[in-house]
Design a protein around this ligand. Structure first.
Ligand SMILES: CC(C)(COP(=O)(O)OP(=O)(O)OC[C@H]1O[C@@H](n2cnc3c(N)ncnc32)[C@H](O)[C@@H]1OP(=O)(O)O)[C@@H](O)C(=O)NCCC(=O)NCCS
Length: 118
C-alpha cells in the first residue's frame, strides 16, 4: 500500500513567502482562514536547489511524520555526496496543508516557493 509520494526536481531559485497580516475581523474563524488563505511571496529570487513538485500522504496516515521522513530522505539523497539544508528547498505552489507542513518543516514562516503563476 502506498502511503506517501514525493516528487522532487532540480531548480535554481525560489521566492520567500511573505507573512500575511493578522486578521482583525472574524477572529473566531481563525482556523478556517488559516486553511483557506492564499499566500504572497517576495519578487526577489533566492538560490534554491531542490524543488518539491508534489508531496502527498494518504489521508489516514497524516500527522505521523511521513512527509517529514520523505523530505529528510530527499535532502540526504538528492545530490550525490551532499546534504541539502532546509534553506535550499522550495515548494511548488503550496496548498494550505502544504503551507502548514512547509512552515513547520523549514522551521520558519518564510519558506520558499517556486513554479507559481504570478
Ligand atoms: C501536506 C502533507 C503532505 C503533510 O504530510 P504529513 O505526513 O501529515 O506531515 P508530517 O506528519 O510530517 O507533518 C509534520 C508537521 O507539519 C505540520 N503539519 C503538517 N500537516 C499539517 C496540517 N494539515 N495542519 C497543521 N499542521 C500540519 C505539523 O506541525 C506536523 O507536526 P505535528 O503533527 O507533530 O504537529 C499532507 O497533509 C498531504 O498529503 N496533504 C494533501 C496533499 C497536499 O496538500 N500536499 C501539499 C502540496 S504543497
Amino acid at each position: 500500500m502506498v502511503v506517501g509520494c514525493l516528487i522532487a526536481e532540480h531548480i535554481r531559485q525560489g521566492f520567500r513567502v511573505l507573512e500575511q497580516p493578522e486578521q482583525t475581523k472574524d477572529m473566531t474563524k481563525e482556523d478556517f482562514m488559516e486553511h483557506h488563505r492564499v499566500w504572497c511571496c517576495s519578487t526577489t529570487p533566492e538560490k534554491a536547489i531542490c524543488g518539491v513538485s508534489r508531496i502527498w500522504v494518504f489521508s489516514l496516515a497524516r500527522r505521523k511524520g511521513i512527509a517529514t521522513r520523505m523530505l529528510d530522505t530527499v535532502r540526504n539523497s538528492f545530490m550525490y555526496g551532499g546534504h541539502l539544508t532546509k534553506e535550499e528547498i522550495a515548494f511548488s505552489d503550496p496548498t494550505p496543508d502544504g503551507k502548514l507542513f512547509a512552515k513547520k518543516y523549514c522551521e520558519m514562516p518564510a519558506f520558499m516557493v517556486y513554479n507559481f503563476i504570478g
